[in-house]
Design a protein. Structure first.
Length: 423
């Protein structure tokens, strides 16, 4: 796979996110505090002892996606570190056992089976693009799962939890079309990687979102980062008459196309996608990508936020190896760890796997202590595309990202559309 997995981190991932204060960083503040004050109970569920609860973590520490995903472990460990420092969950310390799926679905199943059958963990954080390898097995075992969403697998199993699923079947929103329209766009050129099902799914949803706002799709392109010539794509964009470029591809790929399009003198009013929110793009491409935007589901690092400050403090204290801590996959790890802890807190003094699943599914107002772009209903979060996102774009001098005001939310920065019928 070429580098595009950063794409799904950004939403995902691509999307993708939480920061909590050390004192209020409780997954459920009251539940963690109560747990610290009370005596832990002896229970029979896997991974649960009177003083400890084992959780598994699977991610690609090696293989083609290792560079993209490696920082996710730091985010997970930072959130667990904060929880343990404040008394754990209901008096139990949380321990993490991690396994490498080597960027491979078959090995994801091997790693997950090892954690369940040999290590005996209670549940698993799946921070990977290869959860399809183990999803059915984990569902059959009734194992609670939280993690990063990169495909529609997450919407098919009731034991799997996420805060954002852009790939959910039968669900879509007008948000992306709204952004293009408000930037003056009327005709869009859509980029996808046809060999990847997840890219095709994302592209289809973007297309429907654009059409919902009266924006015509005047051209499409199949982009592979290792073989497609951006100049050829730019020439096709010129012929199409498009004034908007939308890319369900990697941020690097979109940046290459935007650069080539600008070099060809094609006037573009907006260019955006779900990936590319990483500082390394700025010195690499410079002002040739000024104005290119990325949509994300968590508070941008450029915003002033007590939750972001708390996230950074936690990272410095419990994951100092990641410097700087403002990295999308680290935040994804932080949020999905927090979500797991929320499920544990809700499951009671003597948690069971089924109790965790039922209790977390009954949480209807999860917002990661205010860091998410919108409050999430865990009863439907795995099967619905979120309505609200932040858009961050490269500033005019290409020295930093800037938040694009959307007019919604308490600070007026969120872009929130409406549900639309999926095509």
């Amino acid at each position: 796979m070429d580098r595009p997995l950063k794409l799904w981190v950004g939403v995902a991932a691509t999307s993708l996110i939480v920061a909590l204060t050390t004192s209020a960083c409780a997954t459920s503040g009251a539940a963690e505090a109560a747990g610290a004050a009370g005596a832990a109970t002896a229970c029979s569920a896997p991974g649960v002892t009177p003083k400890e609860l084992k959780v598994g973590l699977v991610f690609p520490n090696t293989g083609i996606l290792a560079t993209v995903f490696r920082s996710v472990r730091s985010g997970v460990e930072a959130r667990i570190g904060v929880a343990n420092a404040t008394g754990g969950i209901r008096g139990r310390q949380i321990s993490i056992e991690w396994r490498d799926d080597e960027s491979d679905a078959t090995k994801n199943l091997t790693a997950s089976r090892d954690l369940i059958e040999n290590v005996g963990v209670f549940g698993i954080l799946q921070e990977t693009s290869f959860v399809s390898g183990s999803a059915e097995y984990l569902s059959t075992k009734g194992v609670p799962v939280t993690g990063l969403v990169t495909d529609s697998t997450w919407g098919k199993y009731s034991n799997m939890f996420t805060v954002s699923n852009q790939y959910a079947d039968g669900s879509n929103v007008s948000t992306f079309g709204l952004y293009a329209k408000q930037n003056g766009g009327t005709r869009a050129y859509l980029l996808e990687s046809t060999l990847r099902a997840s890219s095709r799914t994302a592209a289809a949803k973007l297309e429907a979102s654009l059409k919902s706002q009266g924006i015509r799709i005047v051209g499409t392109g199949d982009y592979s980062e290792n073989s497609t010539d951006p100049a050829h794509v730019a020439a096709d964009i010129r012929r199409s008459g498009a004034d908007v470029i939308v890319g369900a591809i990697s941020g690097t790929g979109l940046a290459n196309v935007v650069k080539a399009t600008r070099a060809a003198g094609v006037p573009i009013k907006a260019a955006f996608g779900p990936d590319g929110y990483y500082p390394s793009l700025l010195p690499q491409f410079g002002q040739s990508i000024a104005g290119m935007a990325v949509y994300i589901g968590f508070t941008p690092f450029e915003a002033h936020s007590a939750a972001l400050d708390a996230y950074r403090n936690a990272m410095v204290q419990y994951a100092p190896e990641l410097n700087p801590p403002d990295q999308g996959t680290a935040v994804v790890g932080y949020i999905t760890a927090d979500l797991f802890l929320r499920g544990l807190a809700a499951a009671g003094d003597c948690p069971t796997r089924n109790g965790f699943i039922q209790s977390l599914r009954a949480v209807h107002n999860y917002n990661a202590d205010g860091l998410l772009a919108e409050t999430v209903d865990m009863a439907t979060s795995s099967i619905q595309v979120n309505r609200c996102y932040f858009f961050v774009r490269v500033n005019d001098t290409a020295t930093a990202f800037e938040v694009v005001p959307g007019g919604r939310g308490t600070d007026g920065k969120q872009w929130c559309g409406e549900p639309i019928a999926a095509e």
